[in-house]
Design a protein around this ligand. Sequence first.
Ligand code: NAP
Length: 340
Amino acid sequence: MSLNVGVIGVGMIGQDHIRRLTHVLSGARVAAVTDVDLDRARAVADDLPGVTVHGSGEDLIADPAVDAVVVTSWGPTHEAYVLACIAAGKQVFCEKPLATTREACDRIVDAEVAAGRRLVMVGFMRRYDPQYRAMKEIVTSGEIGAPLLMHAAHRNPSVPDFFTSDMTINDSTVHDIDVARWMFDDELAAVTVLKGRVSRKAKAGFHDPLLVVLQMAGGVLVDVEAMVNAGFGYDIRGEVVCEDGTVELSESAGAVVKSAGRYAGRVPANWRERFVGAFDTEFQAWIDAVTAGGTTGPSAWDGYATTVGCETGLAALRSGQREPIVLRERPDLYKPEAGA
Ligand code: NAP
């Protein structure tokens, strides 16, 4: 029996998730779609047999033929849809961010805690990337000693004109913040954002690159080079330095060619190419967990902590100072012993 999924927001990533639900993964089918642009929703539904187009996200969530919901609309709309799913007792996969403010994430955490069970998974797909998973396995095993530092780079080839330095934190570094919390099973304690020499490719008033320094509660330091005008490709780097060794992500996305005294490999063109497998694994994990009656993966707490990290990162970008990160107490629902 297939899980009937409703998709709210059929823009770029909504359509990509519909493609994977329909053609790549097993155990689910798209049963309903909606979008603020109903013509777009109808156009997407035209290619899918037996799909209902709803006039609003709220109608889609209330549809008894929809078992579970995917929220891929614009970030500021996520809170209302996730809250409506919790109220309806329906499992929801919400693309990052869970919500765009600390207060909105608080309301979601409160609602889920009141419901007494996890209903929310947040789309931090790097946790499903085989390279990051291998890195975490080695760090967690302790075989190369305790972790001390992580060096990371998040280089986008280019960004659209509407992109701002704030979005470098909210849309790019958000993934590095999630990786740091997950990699070290620890919360962030503080963030500093350094602005240096600006790339000639950055538009006026845009600080590119940024150097974001995260301090974990346990003392590990994570430096993230966040650059969105790299030009040459989508280059994601990571190295964890431990007491007795280091572990790093592979340099190349494919085969490495050595010839004529040089070696060369492929740099992915964009985030879709780099993380396509991670998105597939992430979604299959969600389908399997929901079919089994629960959820899995990054929780509403992870969504909350990451949004607070980004908000504080923006304060650090403006102040130029080290800004402490203050989180509410973690509810029992999200403690490891609760299976979160
Ligand atoms: P997008 O192409 O702009 O798609 C968003 C879609 O939602 C658009 O069709 C938009 O319509 C629609 N929408 C806006 N308000 C809505 C509402 N109230 N109800 C229903 N639909 C609404 O954006 P995107 O790139 O797909 O991003 C969508 C979400 O996915 C964002 O939160 C983004 O951060 C996240 N994302 C995550 C990753 C990742 O790496 N995990 C990658 C990409 C995107 P209009 O265009 O008419 O406003």
